[in-house]
Ligand binder design. Structure first.
Ligand code: SAM
Length: 285
């Protein structure tokens, strides 16, 4: 192809060559529109010579767009046929950039080490696991400073939501721990093959600097968030009771944190959850 990116004909030919029947289970909807790829790369602000990690490269639509602007790409793909084909596709379409590609065949949820030091995450995420995969990478790869991910529209809105919004929930608060997330655009379902039955959005993010020791506080805070949202309709004194060893301890921690015990998790900001986590540390054993 003259554009150097994959269009509908190239995607169809590649899928046929590999005998790939895209599976719903792996969220395999491939982008067939070079304009969408270039838009994602532009919004992500990808620079030449920087390392970018891509989760779920599939047939290589976005990978080629990242390589095109001169980034080096670490691509993590679970499907062994797709992982094996990717370097060949890049070789045949952008042979001079193939040295910038490292493919890892793995389940993104289980990756603990990467062959490189990525500063950006850019991905068209597999929709059924988009939030856990995103949170996993933010947790384990702190060299990532920013990125753009394409996700199902409802999921993107939840990630970017603030307190008080109806869709505010645990993904919103956990994402806020890591940094600032925003909806950076919408994407038509027509740019995919096969056409999915959901709409998509681009979520952009800039991550905050973290201090040493923050990891323990993060785990404690996320534990409280999980407890509060497992019993979303309950007041905090009840919802946190089990996690904290009794409602007396929950009430003591909430009082120390200055958070009314009758409130619900869905009303709290990240800072309030962090304040409760700190207060729990100060409770007598
Ligand atoms: N990036 C490609 C594109 O834009 O055309 C494909 C995106 S497709 C929505 C999601 C991709 O993620 C598929 O290639 C799928 O095989 C892969 N995938 C699904 N679950 C995965 C997992 N747990 N770890 C890594 N890759 C996964």
């Amino acid at each position: 192809p003259t554009s150097g990116l994959l269009g509908p004909a190239e995607i169809r030919d590649l899928a046929e060559l590999l005998g790939v029947q895209p599976t719903k289970k792996l969220g395999q909807n491939f982008v067939i529109d070079p304009n969408t790829v270039r838009r994602i790369v532009r919004i992500a602000g990808v620079q030449a010579r920087e390392q970018v990690v891509e989760i779920g490269p599939g047939l290589g639509s976005l990978t080629l767009g990242l390589l095109e602007v001169g980034a080096d790409v670490i691509a993590v793909e679970i499907d062994d046929r797709l992982a094996a084909q990717l370097p060949r596709t890049v070789e045949s379409i952008a042979g001079d950039r193939v040295g910038g590609l490292t493919v890892m065949q793995a389940d993104a949820l289980e990756v603990r080490e990467l062959p490189g030091v990525p500063v950006r995450l850019v991905a068209n995420l597999p929709y059924n696991v988009s939030v856990p995969v995103l949170l996993h990478f933010l947790e384990h790869f702190p060299t990532i400073r920013s990125g753009v991910v394409m996700v199902q529209a409802e999921v993107g809105q939840r990630i970017a939501a603030g307190p008080g919004s109806k869709i505010y929930g645990s993904p919103s608060i956990k994402a806020a721990w890591y940094g600032a997330f925003r909806i950076a655009g919408t994407v038509s379902r027509q740019v995919f093959w096969p056409v999915p039955n959901v709409d998509s959005v681009l979520v952009g993010f800039e991550l905050a600097d973290r201090q040493p020791g923050d990891e323990a506080l993060r785990r404690e805070t996320f534990g409280l968030i999980d407890a509060a949202f497992q019993q979303r309709r309950k007041m905090l004194r009840g919802a946190l009771g089990q996690a904290l060893g009794g409602s007396d301890r929950a009430i003591a921690a909430l009082t120390r944190a200055g958070v009314a015990e009758t409130r619900r998790g869905e009303e709290l900001t990240l800072d309030e959850f962090v304040a409760i986590a700190r207060a729990v540390r100060d409770l007598p054993a």
